[in-house]
Design a protein around this ligand. Structure first.
Ligand SMILES: [Zn+2]
Ligand SMILES: [Zn+2]
Length: 225
């Protein structure tokens, strides 16, 4: 059985805040105003682009291409991390994932817990810098700038989806997709910035109709509601 089942039964609370650490200083460090990471990563990304063009001599079209490649790869990393790191299938990983992500499922509207602490994100970004640099050399500057802006975009979308009302335009699909992940099917709809990778890897939400058909096939009682 999927280990999320325990969490599935826990009702998300729309007021208050979860506890990650008992130590009040550590606990405080896990709370971030959303404007801080958004500003910080935009500045770092701009510096990377500046450095790539001025110091490394890349042309603007090449930088734009690298930027969008980085952004695209970020959406895949976002999907894989959410699916396998934050919703793991093993008991061992469960404790860790509850600390970093379960608390968001328990308190989805806690504004200060909608971004990981910037210090942690900077350590992760340095780690990605080292890996990408080894893989692609100086192309890393444009690529990581896009990757970081992908993350910034993801943060802005995730924040908006939880805090702001559903918009009346095409963006509403993002609101619905993430609401399904939180309130109906936590083992589906892992993509936040887009449903693309859910579509590719077959984790799109199950439609109610399909679910009923499946249950009927399995001979289960169908709730008429
Ligand atoms: Zn989740
Ligand atoms: Zn969420």
């Amino acid at each position: 059985m999927h280990t999320m089942s325990a969490k599935k039964n826990r009702r998300p609370k729309h007021k208050g805040s979860g506890t990650i650490f008992k130590n009040p200083i550590l606990e405080q460090l896990t709370k971030t105003h959303i404007a801080i990471p958004l500003t910080l990563y935009t500045i770092i990304s701009s510096c990377l682009i500046y450095y790539g063009i001025i110091e490394k001599g890349f042309t603007t079209p090449v930088m734009i291409l690298l930027f969008f490649a980085g952004m695209f790869v970020f959406t895949l990393v976002e999907y894989l991390m959410h699916r396998y790191l934050y919703h793991p299938q093993t008991e061992k990983m469960e404790e860790f994932s509850h600390k970093v992500h379960g608390v968001h499922h328990d308190y989805p509207k806690d504004k200060k817990r909608l971004a990981m602490p910037p210090i942690l994100a900077l350590i992760l970004a340095s780690f990605f810098f080292i890996i990408y640099r080894a893989m692609m050399g100086d192309y890393v500057f444009g690529f990581l700038a896009g990757f970081l802006m992908g993350y910034t975009g993801y943060l802005a979308i995730h924040y908006s989806v939880h805090i702001f009302k559903v918009p009346g335009n095409f963006l509403k699909i993002l609101w619905h997709h993430h609401a399904i992940h939180h309130y109906r099917q936590p083992d589906r709809a892992f993509g936040v910035s887009s449903p693309l990778w859910d579509y590719i890897f077959g984790t799109m939400p199950e439609l109610l109709e399909d679910k009923k058909k499946q249950q009927a096939k399995a001979g289960e009682f169908i709730d008429p509601s």
